[in-house]
Design a binder for this molecule. Structure first.
Ligand SMILES: NC(=O)C1=CN([C@@H]2O[C@H](COP(=O)(O)OP(=O)(O)OC[C@H]3O[C@@H](n4cnc5c(N)ncnc54)[C@H](OP(=O)(O)O)[C@@H]3O)[C@@H](O)[C@H]2O)C=CC1
Ligand SMILES: CCCCCCC/C=C/C=O
Length: 337
């Protein structure tokens, strides 16, 4: 049986380019006892792939999660026809022994059956009921500890994680302000219930716009982007404000590695007595089902709306990834095989 995979042939230098990737074909071995043959149905493209791959040595199969169908099985727990989720890399097919390391680093995490999402689409296991949903749920609720009536700011607000954080904040009774990169994304945020949505690329005076949107100051900030925008938001935080640092996508493709020249945050943090904490979602992985079942319930109840940006075709993985980093996606960026 033949499979295709994308190899990262060199480290990214600035924005990823198509020439950084090589599409390769491989012959899969016959199944041994306990093994399963998985065929990708949906693959995820995520910002973390950009910084994470810098600590790996090319060439290697590109890392990433996917929802796959078990098409052949010698493992009773994963029968043929069932669906699984796992970090299987940018591969169309793979033979794995579930719950053990795969053939290389891109397939290191064990397979799991698709979580029970109560009939929601399979692809949601890569978004609202997957890694981004778990990040939004715990990253916001645990680190920001939002209270009813408080003001919450979210950057990267129309993306996979940000669009969920803002909706969770509304469920918790907060005033929510989102920053996103296009007017269409801002219009969608208002549909989701965001009180104010600001296009950070075209807004002539972000300080004034935020002051107007948050007249009582900002209590919680969910930071997806870092850099100058985050500096501006920190200036308007209230005493004892809480910042959940989820990511800093504004610096991921920065060629110099020095990032934007942002004023030091310490004095603001000291005088406003802010609590700023970074996280990696895997810290809550043992509790992921708690987040997944709550997110699924909110989706089914219509309290959380979901949008997916679907790129068709396995061969378009690099384009989907590069497009996501440039802001093509509203909601979760995925690839349908
Ligand atoms: N700590 C953790 O465990 C996790 C962290 N993350 C982080 O969360 C953030 C969001 O991830 P995710 O929701 O999956 O991705 P998104 O779906 O939000 O996609 C990325 C978005 O980033 C925005 N963006 C790109 N460049 C810039 C820039 N220079 N400044 C501001 N925004 C930019 C674009 O939207 P726009 O048009 O608005 O610019 C783009 O659509 C990332 O920083 C990611 O690394 C994600 C999951 C887990
Ligand atoms: C089970 C998948 C683990 C992926 C962890 C991603 C963490 C992201 C960090 C920054 O983007």
């Amino acid at each position: 049986m033949k499979a295709e995979k994308f190899t990262l042939v060199r480290h990214f230098d600035g924005y990823p380019k198509t020439t950084d990737f090589k599409l390769e074909s491989e012959e899969l071995p016959p199944l041994k006892d306990g093994e399963v043959l998985c065929e990708a149905e949906f693959l995820s493209v995520d910002p973390y792939m950009r910084p994470y791959t810098m600590s790996m040595t090319p060439p290697f199969t590109m890392i990433g999660g996917q929802v796959a169908k078990v098409v052949e099985s010698r493992n009773a727990k994963y029968p043929a026809g069932s669906y699984v989720i796992g970090q299987l890399g940018w591969r169309s097919r793979i033979v794995v022994l579930p719950a053990t390391p795969g053939p290389d680093k891109s397939s290191a995490a064990g397979l799991e059956p698709l979580p029970d999402m109560g009939g929601l689409p399979h692809s949601y296991a890569l978004g609202v009921c997957g890694m981004p949903g778990v990040s939004a749920y715990f990253g916001f609720l645990e680190l920001c500890q939002p209270k009813e009536g408080e003001t919450v700011v979210v950057t990267g607000a129309a993306g996979a994680v940000g669009s969920l954080v803002g909706q969770i904040a509304k469920i918790k009774g907060c005033r929510v302000i989102g920053f996103a990169g296009t007017d269409d994304k801002c219009a969608w945020l208002r549909e989701l219930g965001y009180d104010v949505a600001i296009n950070y690329k075209t807004c002539p005076d972000i300080d004034a716009a935020l002051k107007e949107a948050a007249p009582k100051g900002v209590d919680c900030y969910f930071d997806n982007v870092g850099g100058m925008l985050s500096h501006r938001i920190r200036q308007q935080m209230n005493l004892f404000g809480r910042i959940s640092v989820c990511g800093s996508i504004s610096s991921y493709n920065d060629k110099t590695g020095e990032g934007a020249q942002v004023p030091v945050p310490e004095m603001t943090t000291v005088f406003k007595q802010l609590r700023s904490e970074g996280f990696i979602v895997t810290r809550w992985w043992h509790r992921k089902n708690e987040a997944i079942s709550q997110m699924a319930a909110w989706v089914r109840e219509g309290k959380i709306k979901v949008q997916e940006h679907v790129t068709q075709g396995f061969h378009n993985m690099p384009q989907a990834f590069m497009g996501m980093l440039k802001g093509d996606n509203t909601g979760k960026a995925i690839v349908k095989v």
